[in-house]
Design a protein around this ligand. Structure first.
Ligand SMILES: Cc1cc2nc3c(=O)[nH]c(=O)nc-3n(C[C@H](O)[C@H](O)[C@H](O)COP(=O)(O)OP(=O)(O)OC[C@H]3O[C@@H](n4cnc5c(N)ncnc54)[C@H](O)[C@@H]3O)c2cc1C
Length: 372
């Protein structure tokens, strides 16, 4: 019996990606087993599945034979507390991390895995202070589409063929291969925190940034008209800085986040967009008529669009302002007629990288920018 027969089972009804049904599913238990599986799966179209929380993000795959499920590749390999580093297997749910007085500072929905978080490259409120998965990832192990295991950055070896593999795989949506292990930089868990909540307009953001209160996050929500700021640090520092900010914004200081904090603004079957603009353009997005929510401190926001006309209007607004807009998720009839990624610079380079890593275009075919 070959590796494929040993490791795969027939797909069930819920083994689909964005509506595209799979034929087979495999859940390898280690990097080596995953490499043997991928090497044996030449000729099959493959999509990797983590927690499945964002598997419907991006266009559906053009073809799908095999889902590689990462749930058996879970657990912490190492926590080097003195170096503020952890090594995690890709299928580890972020909810399960036990890091004592330290944290991996990535916001995430319940059930999201390490590999899925890196592969999606999305970000939540705390990106203002801690950066994104791309910034916190310092090393990566991947199984490339030909079955080769490559380790790069962090605690191990050197980069491959001149690429910073970690940066390349972050946000790649599973199109360049299977991520099996990640090395992350950690941060101390802050002793205290407070939220300053107000109805100040988004135009107040520059004064918050100039007030030297070192906010961890500045979030806005067009539905409630609220602006909320997260302050973290020592108990005394948080008291002083939140009091200063409370005065500046005529806001209320609370322990708890607003109910909308860190949640996408769209319904499960709605159209969800990610908008990236220079900070000065955030107020215009909030006034654009859609439900818009996100990081006013970094210019990365999420929107619920009511239909294609609104998608196009929001996209035009972002592009004119020097930013861009991507449709993350949409019901099938909308997906079929929308260019979910929209115009993206650097497409020729991305195509060359795809051709080099996955010459037969087997991994997540059609899911990335420009039909890659
Ligand atoms: C408001 C909001 C806030 C958010 N905050 C954050 C945040 O702060 N930080 C953050 O990182 N994310 C954030 N997310 C995004 C979310 O965390 C990720 O989409 C989620 O982590 C995906 O994990 P998953 O395990 O469910 O992946 P899945 O849904 O299973 O997969 C997602 C994608 O990754 C691919 N994939 C999964 N595992 C692998 C692997 N091992 N190798 C290769 N490809 C793989 C899949 O094929 C698919 O394309 C936020 C989203 C929203 C809307």
């Amino acid at each position: 019996m070959g590796v494929l027969d040993e490791l795969t089972r027939p797909a069930k009804d819920d083994d689909h990606v964005g509506g595209a049904p799979a034929r087979l599913v495999a859940a390898p238990g280690s990097t080596e087993e995953a490499a043997a599986l991928v090497a044996a799966a030449q000729g099959l179209a493959v999509v990797v599945r983590g927690g499945g929380t964002k598997l419907h993000w991006g266009p559906a795959p053009r073809e799908l034979d095999l889902i590689v499920d990462t749930s058996r590749m879970a657990g912490m390999v190492e926590h080097a507390a003195g170096d503020l580093i952890t090594v995690l297997k890709a299928g580890t749910p972020l909810d399960d991390l036990e890091l004592g007085g330290q944290q991996l500072a990535l916001d995430h929905p319940p059930g999201a895995t390490v590999g899925g978080t890196v592969a999606t490259g999305a970000s939540g409120p705390r990106r203002l202070h801690y950066g994104t998965a791309r910034d916190l990832l310092i090393g990566i192990t991947v199984v490339r589409p030909d079955g080769t295991i490559t380790r790069a950055g962090g605690k191990v070896v050197k980069n491959v063929a001149g690429y910073d593999l970690g940066k390349l795989y972050t946000g790649s949506y599973g199109t360049l291969g299977l991520i099996t292990e990640c090395v992350f930089r950690l941060h101390p868990r802050p002793a205290a925190h407070a939220y300053v909540r107000s109805t100040a307009p988004a135009q107040a953001v520059p004064s918050i940034l100039a007030a030297r209160v070192a906010p961890t996050a500045i979030e806005v929500d067009s539905a409630t008209g609220e602006l909320a700021v997260l302050i973290e640090g020592t108990a005394e520092g948080v008291r002083e800085r939140s009091a200063l900010l409370g005065k500046l914004l005529a806001g209320e200081i609370t322990d708890a986040a607003p109910a909308w904090w860190g949640l996408p603004p769209w319904d499960a079957d709605g159209i969800g967009m990610k908008l990236s603009v220079p900070l000065s353009k955030v107020p215009a997005l909030l006034d654009a008529g859609a439900t818009v929510r996100g990081s006013a401190g970094t210019g990365v926001l999420y929107a619920a669009a009511s239909g294609i006309t609104e998608v196009e209007r929001l996209r035009a607004l972002c592009v004119r302002g020097g930013g861009h807009a991507v449709v993350l998720t949409a019901p099938s009839p909308v997906r079929d007629i929308l260019d979910m990624w929209g115009p993206v610079p650097g497409l020729a380079l991305m195509r060359r990288i795809k051709d080099q890593f996955d010459p037969a275009h087997r991994f997540a075919p059609g899911r990335f920018v420009g039909g890659i």
